[in-house]
Design a protein around this ligand. Structure first.
Ligand code: PLP
Length: 383
């Protein structure tokens, strides 16, 4: 093959390649699923308990209660606090919908605080001004796999006696000053949606806590508020995690640190490639900011890019996977129009929604693929 032909050889870059990951663990997953099927204990049971014990250790928490999804993890935590109509919960508008959606589903009002433009996480300096007598919780999100600035958040919450519910759906294993995501607030909420760093083969979620009474309350709420069976001291829901999913998550948890190391290595490689291409210092793109001392697990590698929409179209044409997380900040979503917020109210979130782009960062991404991504971006900016 001539070098010219080689240069034209099509490299495709999916945003995420779960089949590449599955190929490496197929036998173990199948054996684990088979064991659950043979046992026919498919709802809660030993596979779920075992998975919870391992997750508690991994997350640095005393208790881990698996649930039906990350969204339900948030909802059940709000329910455990008795949060409902008339209450307010402070959160960020620059996140996946479920964060604020869970607050509204509980019947409470989401109160949005703008983000720090450098980290994309909630700006702690703006929280205090949004606290009212109705504020019943603060729900920071550890966006893209990096923890929010938890120390000032915990300080404000502690002084006011308000619980903190961490939305750690994108941040399993992330650390803030040596502490694991989900172990700092009163609750840590995680998701096993397949595109998260620890994904099931379907939906699933987790709530972590260090409080034994709260863990018990979560376990009761998970089964319709029933304790003992058919007696209902409270109203819960069906928030159970499937045993088959638990068996799969238990297998994948053994590989999580290896995969995280792969994502971190990919991020470091992108930084080298972008620098070598002269991108960055020219202002065309801005690479993700890693707060010193944090363990960033890179659920996403999100850049800011000049002429983002055009760059996105260019990459799509070249079959280079990418995504905008998230194109519309939550305060401007149609379903939250009743909150009365307008364009311009939360400017850093709005600017992030207009200017960011996620690139492939999954552990199996090859040198060739990463080089192609950066070369294509360099080409777009005429480098
Ligand atoms: C994925 C995600 C959720 C919801 O998790 P599901 O398991 O999809 O319900 C909540 N918050 C954030 C920040 C997420 O990324």
């Amino acid at each position: 093959m001539s070098s010219a032909t080689q240069a034209c050889k099509a490299v495709t870059v999916p945003l995420l390649d779960l089949r590449a990951q599955y190929a490496t663990i197929r036998d173990e997953i199948r054996a684990a699923v088979d064991a659950v099927l043979e046992s026919q204990q498919c709802i809660l049971g030993p596979a779920v308990t075992e998975c919870e014990e391992k997750l508690a250790v991994y997350c640095g928490c005393v208790h881990a209660v698996t649930v039906s999804s990350g969204s339900d993890a948030l909802l059940i935590s709000l329910m455990a606090e008795g949060i409902g109509p008339g209450d307010e919960v402070i959160t960020t508008p620059y996140t996946f919908f479920a964060t604020a959606g869970s607050i509204a589903r509980a019947g409470a009002k989401p109160v949005f605080v703008d983000i720090d433009p450098q980290t994309f996480n909630i700006d702690p300096a703006q929280i205090e001004a949004k606290i009212s007598p109705r504020t019943k919780a603060i729900m920071p999100v550890h966006l893209y796999g990096q923890c929010a600035e938890m120390e000032p958040i915990m300080e404000i919450a502690g002084r006011r006696g308000i619980p903190v519910i961490e939305d750690a759906a994108q941040a399993i294993g992330a650390e803030y000053k040596g502490r694991r995501a989900g172990s700092i607030g009163r609750y840590g909420c995680f998701s096993f949606f397949p595109s998260k760093n620890l994904g099931a083969a379907g939906d699933g979620g987790l709530v972590t806590t260090n409080d034994a009474d709260l863990a018990e309350r979560l376990r009761v709420l998970r089964v319709h508020g029933s304790k003992p069976k058919y007696y209902h001291p409270m109203i819960g829901g069906n928030f159970r995690f499937d045993a088959i999913q638990a068996a799969i998550v238990s297998v994948k948890l053994r590989y999580l640190d290896r995969w995280t190391a792969g994502r971190q290595a990919n991020a470091a490689r992108y930084r080298r490639l972008f620098a070598a291409a002269g991108l960055g210092e020219d202002g065309s793109v801005q690479l993700p900011y890693e707060v010193p001392g944090n363990r960033h697990i890179y659920n996403q590698f999100v850049i800011r890019a000049v002429r983002r929409d055009e760059l996105q179209a260019h990459l799509k044409q070249l079959k280079i996977g990418n995504e905008v997380y998230y194109p519309v900040p939550l305060h401007l979503q149609e379903c939250f129009a009743y909150l009365g917020l307008r364009e311009g109210d939360l400017p850093h979130s709005e600017a992030a929604a207009r200017g960011t782009l996620a690139l492939s960062i999954y552990p199996e991404l090859s040198d060739e693929q990463a080089e192609y991504v950066v070369a294509s971006i360099a080409g777009f900016y005429g480098k």
